[in-house]
Design a protein around this ligand. Structure first.
Ligand code: DOR
Ligand code: ZN
Length: 335
């Protein structure tokens, strides 16, 4: 039986939610990942030191049986120097959402005025706090990410010492930006390596594949695959696994988000194996993130096996990608 071992897998973009959802969902990531960058788009969002500390405590309490490092993030606003100094030791990044662009982002940034943002972004540069960005405009849905490239350029040029992470990139346009600016990095999800818009809406509508940014064209997926499979050093895995209750997905007015956390490593093995690039998966799923963020989580050794695995129909009322279908890799052991 073919196996593949991953050391210290890291998910550098994860939605864990709060309350009962957090309690149900966090253990699924904690089982196979050593750590994850936890998104701050709660209701209300994570915007104070008290919020960060309390949310981290709730995450740790939700995973009593596993070692799992929650790398905390703060919801971007124009914060002052004293505040940033006080939170710097408690966060790994600050996450910027354009206002209203996705789930719980109403309090995000409504205009990208560099001078208004300068004090915050310069202080972040100084303190070494990376800026993670949900890079979409409010334009036509297929063009939103490509349209956002000029804003990435503006930020990258004006704040050359700021590490800017283009989150969950879905386009060739974003891939092309990586080598243009030294301070631009990216996360890539597993679902965007697999699906295109055709899988979401080409036949019967698939609500569980609907997310923001929406999956794009085959040539975009090819561009993402290229940098992921070669484990481009500025690219790292971030699942953007985003759990919503089944009734919020299977309804008229489907919430955005694909839930992949419990099958992410299995799907990644399949993608890399199919392209004969399994040897590069370790860098994509851990080493690059360690280098980019300067982090090192607790050791975890995950052995995956190439054998059929039937994905559960639901995890505590959340329907995963490929629910009820058979995938090609399974987790054999975690130590
Ligand atoms: O599809 C998405 N779901 N995209 C996001 O940016 C947010 C996420 C969520 O929180 O559900
Ligand atoms: Zn997200």
């Amino acid at each position: 039986m073919k196996t593949h071992t991953l050391l210290m897998p890291l998910d550098m973009h994860l939605h864990l939610r709060d309350g009962v959802m957090l309690e149900n969902i966090a253990p699924l990531s904690a089982y196979s990942f050593s750590g994850a960058l936890v998104m701050p788009n709660l209701v209300p969002p994570v915007t104070s030191l008290e919020d960060i500390k309390a949310y981290k405590e709730r995450i740790v309490a939700a995973v009593p049986n596993d070692y799992f490092e929650p790398y905390m993030t703060l919801f971007y606003k124009n914060y002052d120097k004293a505040f940033l100094e006080s939170v710097a030791g408690h966060i790994t990044a600050i996450k910027l959402y354009p206002a209203g662009i996705t789930t719980n982002s109403e309090g995000g940034v409504s205009s990208f005025n560099v001078e208004e943002m300068r004090p915050t972004l310069e202080m972040m540069s100084l303190l070494g706090i990376p800026l993670c960005v949900h890079g979409e405009t409010d334009g036509f849905v297929m063009d939103r990410e490509a349209e956002f490239m000029s804003i990435y350029e503006l930020l990258a040029k004006n704040f050359p010492k700021l590490k800017i992470i283009m989150e969950h990139i879905t386009t060739k346009a974003a891939v092309d930006m990586l080598d243009k600016y030294e301070n631009l990095y990216a996360t890539v999800t597993v679902h965007h390596l697999i699906i295109t818009l055709d899988d979401v809406a080409g036949g019967m509508l698939k609500p569980h594949l609907f997310c923001k940014p929406i999956a794009k064209r085959p040539e975009d997926r090819e561009a993402l695959l290229k940098v992921a499979l070669e484990a481009h050093p500025k690219v790292m895995f971030g699942s953007d696994s985003a759990p919503h209750p089944q009734h919020k997905k299977e309804s008229c007015g489907c919430a955005a988000g694909v839930f992949t956390a419990p099958i992410a490593l299995q799907l990644l093995c399949d993608v890399f194996d199919k392209h004969d690039k399994l040897e590069n998966l370790q860098a994509f799923v851990s080493d690059n993130a360690q280098n980019i963020y300067g982090i090192c989580a607790e050791f975890k050794e995950v052995v995956l096996e190439k054998r059929p695995f039937v994905v559960p129909e639901s995890y505590s009322g959340v329907v995963p990608m490929y629910a009820g279908e058979t995938i090609n890799w399974a987790i054999e052991s975690v130590e």
